[in-house]
Design a protein around this ligand. Structure first.
Ligand code: NAD
Length: 281
């Protein structure tokens, strides 16, 4: 039976460390600040935004949520971002995705100052990650690495297979694993024989958004399986991994809910603090 990678335990650990850093910054007269922009009334996004606000309260980060109407124009959104770029109370700006379809996500993200790009989605920070330079790392992949390291899963020399090549999870997760000297395979919707790839994985990251895509016969015995997927099936949240059966084969497995999602929020807090610290330098 696999070891369960309990996101609550690892997120608590990370948040306690963040709270200490916030206290140290406050002693120096700085309160780290996060602004979250939410456009429209997508219920899942509203839930995520609330959980980010709660995490800020827990660690002592100042937070502000800017709620914008669903019919906000690109110019209005970018004006809001520009205001926050100039706001000294704000060290991190998060644009909650997805945006309504009439808005250009990439262009809006490019308007966030790279110094306040708390998600690490700006091209400059994505490029820094690619070049293995210091910079903001996207929260979900950063949380995955935190979990693996805390659990003592060997990364160096391991074969990591990442399923999903999005800019926010799959690609940066592959980059971070590569940085830690894993041999990385990045799979996607056009990968012809997914099972042949996943069976090679010592570390398997599933970031697709398809319930039960990863079944027990696709997993190498003893592998560390990280389930990033969030899917709603009959009102229940499930990941991309068939948890019940895969946990009988894997060495480690992260559950959904209660796994990577909590790490994402914890790493967001860590990124706000890092940006506040950098602003002092
Ligand atoms: P996305 O839709 O941008 O990308 C999905 C990727 O999956 C694509 O690269 C696509 O090529 C690949 N894919 C699709 N079908 C496939 C198949 N049959 N086989 C192999 N690959 C396939 O998704 P995303 O934004 O990276 O999110 C992925 C999942 O992770 C979603 O369920 C999302 O809700 C979840 N998510 C969770 C967190 C978290 O904090 N836990 C954060 C971000 C996203």
């Amino acid at each position: 039976m696999a070891v369960i990678l309990d996101g609550r335990v690892y997120a608590d650990m990370a948040l306690d460390a963040v709270a200490e850093k916030v206290a140290a910054l406050k002693k120096r007269g700085i309160t780290p600040g996060l602004a979250v922009i939410l456009v429209g009334d997508d219920p899942a996004s509203q839930t995520y935004v609330r959980s980010k606000g709660k995490a800020c309260d827990r660690v002592g980060i100042y937070s502000r949520t800017m709620i914008m109407a669903g019919d906000t124009t690109q110019a209005e959104l970018e004006k809001q971002i520009a205001q926050l770029n100039r706001d000294e109370k704000i060290h991190g700006i998060l644009l909650q995705l997805p945006l309504p379809p009439h808005l250009d996500e990439q262009h809006a993200l490019s308007c966030i100052s790279p110094e306040k790009d708390v998600d690490g989605f700006h091209a400059l920070n994505a490029g820094r990650l690619m070049l293995s330079l210091e910079g903001v790392q996207p929260c979900t992949p950063k949380g995955i690495l935190f979990m693996l390291k805390q659990a003592g899963v060997p990364i160096e020399g391991a074969h990591a297979v990442v399923v999903g090549r999005s800019n926010i999870v799959g690609k940066p997760a592959a980059m971070l694993l590569l940085r830690e000297n894993a041999t990385v395979t990045l799979c996607h919707s056009k990968t012809p024989d997914l099972k042949a790839q996943t069976l090679q994985a010592d570390i398997l990251v599933a970031a697709v958004g398809k319930p039960r895509l990863i079944t027990a016969d696709m997993v190498k015995p003893g592998a560390a399986v990280i389930d990033v997927g969030i899917n709603r099936v009959n009102g229940r949240l499930v990941g991309d991994v068939d948890f019940e059966n895969v946990s009988g084969v894997a060495g480690y497995i992260s559950p959904v809910p209660g796994g990577v999602g909590l790490m994402t929020v914890a790493m967001l807090m860590d990124n706000v603090v890092s940006l506040a610290e950098t602003s002092l330098a």
